[in-house]
Design a binder for this molecule. Structure first.
Ligand code: NAD
Length: 264
């Protein structure tokens, strides 16, 4: 345990269960002394989120569907009423129709393209619109992205296009909000078996490939992501904004494997 986040209050959005990347980040922040609020989507998730909140002593649980602007307004009104200001935000939310997370990108439907962009990209900007006035000098926002934004990955399809837009929006938000001392960054996490990931075609193969081909020869965990998030969310990352930190066991630096590459 450390006190890197002592005196800081933050909202963690996107907790579904104890496999969620949001849970890894929540644990690291709580362990570092942060006071937390959680948002989750709908009653179906509430029963899983309540016991997790209890484990970390989190009292503020907010139902927030980011596809509904009124729901985001209500969430931030609740945070403002409770805390007045907020020091950090974690956006760990993404969604697409799983029927389009397999096969060819070229077959993406317009409806799913727009829905994926709304929930996985625009929602971060919409959240920062509300959060801006509650944040100030020394505050930090973080979203989660994936290497499929930068290079073509099998089955990632429209989600890769959405993550590319999300990564660009991190840079624009960093510039807009930097004047007020608000930092905005992303973590590009390696593949992790979560609920969202289970919608991606051949995900087990992707996990195995990353394990065998990354410099560290392993996959990352939600605790790895949580610990790196601590750097970006705390004052340790005070000089860092607009950044995309790869927490992927180094996979993103590999161009081609040597001849001893394993057959998979
Ligand atoms: P997860 O399923 O645990 O979390 C996804 C969350 O998004 C869920 O809590 C879900 O309720 C929420 N969500 C979906 N639609 C929503 C809506 N309309 N309103 C509010 N919340 C909504 O999976 P995860 O893997 O922890 O995903 C968190 C983030 O990490 C996502 O952005 C994902 O793309 C990203 N990411 C995941 C991986 C991976 O391999 N798991 C790798 C890199 C990046």
């Amino acid at each position: 345990s450390n006190q890197l986040m002592a005196g800081k209050r933050g909202l963690i959005m996107g907790l579904a269960n104890d496999k969620s990347i949001a849970w890894g980040i929540a644990k690291a922040c709580a362990d570092a002394g942060a006071e937390l609020a959680f948002s989750y989507m709908g009653d179906a998730f509430k029963k899983r989120v309540v016991p997790l909140a209890e484990k970390l002593g989190v009292e503020t649980l907010i139902d927030c569907d980011v596809s509904d602007p009124a729901s985001i307004d209500a969430a931030f009104a609740e945070i403002e009423a409770k805390w007045g200001k907020i020091d950090f935000i974690v956006h760990a939310i993404g969604f697409s129709d799983k029927n389009e997370l397999r096969g060819r990108y070229v077959d993406t439907s317009k409806d799913n393209f727009l829905m994926t962009m709304d929930i996985s990209v625009y929602s971060f900007t919409a959240v920062m619109q509300r959060a801006e006035k509650l944040m100030g000098e020394g505050s930090s926002a973080l979203t989660l992205t994936y290497y499929g934004a930068e290079q073509v990955m099998p089955h990632y399809n429209v989600m890769g296009v959405a993550k590319a837009a999300l990564e660009a929006s991190v840079k624009y938000l960093a510039e807009d909000l930097g004047k007020d001392g608000i930092r905005v960054n992303a973590i590009s996490a390696g593949p992790i078996k979560t609920l969202a990931a289970s919608g991606i075609g051949d995900f087990r193969y992707i996990l195995k490939w990353n394990e065998l081909n990354s410099p560290l020869r392993r996959n990352v965990t939600i605790d790895d992501v949580g610990n790196s998030a601590l750097y970006l969310l705390s004052d340790l990352g005070g000089g860092v904004t607009g950044e995309n930190l790869h927490v992927d066991a180094g996979y993103h630096v590999v161009g081609m494997k040597a001849v001893d590459a394993p057959d998979i």
